[in-house]
Design a protein around this ligand. Structure first.
Ligand code: SF4
Length: 242
């Protein structure tokens, strides 16, 4: 019986990538993104659940998944810090014909990534910024391992979407557009990019944790800024995921 540590469950979630979805937020993340809207998922201590307990719940939602084209989404925190749990869960969900989405930052051991990848139908891979120094300033960590895992995702059979949270003045320069488009275009297959606006909804959680919002001077990204960034990517040959 494999146990995982979770932050929360959102049932009937419809935003996360197609149809009605059962979204499982796992506890624990080793990145420290300045824009994180779930800093309460950082520490590894969460509610213990077994794969069987989650599968029992998923079975009840199966008719809704089938009608809406939905399924299971595992998010976080970073789900791949608990690879044995996610692997087992995805295998069992797959046996039941439930669609499996992995929402990841890619910041985990390469082996963890390889363990879960064969049992995943779609990967939402969040890239923060390409420039390694900027990445370090934005997340406290370099992105070498992340880009290595992204290449592994590209090589896999899973459907893949790269997700990019657009943060005004932080990762929205011409250079950032160029770097991102060059990376995406270097892949051997088409990988669409989803551009999401930076928002301030997580700020309240930073306060609750007694932390100062490190981006307090940065405003949310406007729809116009998102559109402009998307258009710049399109001009450089990148497909946009809507
Ligand atoms: S990877 Fe996600 S959960 Fe982890 S710090 Fe960054 S935004 Fe937060």
């Amino acid at each position: 019986m494999v146990t995982g540590y979770i932050h929360s469950i959102e049932t009937m979630g419809t935003v996360d990538n197609g149809g009605i979805r059962f979204v499982l937020f796992l506890q624990g993340c080793a990145l420290r993104c300045r824009f994180c809207h779930n800093p309460d998922t950082w520490l590894t201590k969460g509610k213990a659940v077994t794969v069987e307990e989650i599968i029992d719940q998923l079975i009840d939602y199966k008719p809704f998944f089938d009608l809406s084209g939905g399924g299971l989404t595992v998010s976080g925190g970073e789900p791949l810090l608990q690879p044995a749990f996610v692997k087992e869960l995805f295998i069992k969900a797959g046996e039941l014909g439930i669609h499996r989405v992995l929402d990841t930052s890619g910041y985990c051991r390469h082996g963890n990534f390889l363990e879960v990848l064969p049992h995943t139908d779609r990967i939402i891979f969040s890239i923060k910024v390409i420039d390694p120094e900027k990445h370090r300033r934005l997340t406290d960590t370099g992105n070498e391992e992340i880009l290595k895992n992204l290449q592994e995702a590209v090589n896999s059979a899973a459907e893949l979407v790269v997700c990019y949270v657009l943060i005004p003045t932080i990762n929205d320069t011409d250079r950032d557009v160029w770097d991102l488009s060059q990376l995406i275009r270097s892949f051997q297959r088409k990988v669409p990019v989803q551009v999401l606006p930076y928002h301030k909804m997580g700020v309240v959680k930073w306060r609750e944790l007694g932390l100062r919002d490190p981006l307090e001077k940065i405003p949310p990204a406007s729809p116009e800024q998102v559109k402009d960034f998307q258009q710049q990517l399109v001009k450089k040959g990148v497909e946009i995921y809507h």
